[in-house]
Design a protein around this ligand. Sequence first.
Ligand code: ADP
Ligand code: ADP
Length: 230
Amino acid sequence: EDGISFRNVTFRYDAGTEPALLDATFDIPAGKTTALIGASGAGKTTIVNLLLRLYSANEGDIRVDGRSIEDVRRTDWLGMLAIAGQDVDLVEGTVIENVRMAKNDASEEEVRQALRVAGISEVVEALPDKYDTWVGQHGLRFSGGQRQRLGLARAVVRNPKFLILDEAMSALDLALEESIRRTIQLQFKNRTLLLITHRLESVRDADHVVWIENGRVRAEGPPAKVLVSR
Ligand code: ADP
Ligand code: ADP
């Protein structure tokens, strides 16, 4: 069975406290876009934390292409995934360096391509020194939306098999988010995309939706079905 599946997963950050995830069973199908939705505190970041193997489930099983995630070598697993989030820390350095930190051996052409897919190449192309422009504290200030697009470029340059976008376009307007999301979906066709978002439009466009509430799966299925039960 391809893709990622959670089977009866329970997780507590601290023993004796309310579980952040309770008996959660759902799928993140391979080669598709899955939207993970739910109110603040529902357990979305916890799911990401478990996928990043920052923690292990207390009970149940997370399976990757049919194998328990615990049986996949950590470096192999982390090497095939990439994540972009809401907050992007820029390092003191050039645009190129800021993207390349996600993949040290990326060529300049790969970095350029990633910036293009992330929808920031127009911004970079307009800079005086382009890819050599210094950003960070003593360089150019980027807006929140521009920073998020640099964060996306960092994830894209890793050319991951599994891409997690955790509110990674929240500072972009709807039209720009939609255009970048579609470009990424095209670029990563047949790869697995997990989208954590509050935007209904993005959820409607997903292949599969997982709705979680209070650490429990409330509904799972195609957008039309899950959005109706909501
Ligand atoms: P979401 O990402 O959907 O907003 P989270 O996964 O962050 O939700 O949180 C799920 C539950 O786990 C919440 O009750 C939250 O307070 C709790 N939680 C999250 N992170 C931690 C942590 N590091 N330590 C203890 N509890 C946490
Ligand atoms: P801040 O420095 O504003 O508290 P961070 O701690 O996230 O924000 O900053 C991480 C790095 O990104 C630092 O080098 C900081 O100077 C740089 N940075 C912060 N905001 C911007 C911005 N809007 N454009 C470019 N670089 C920024």
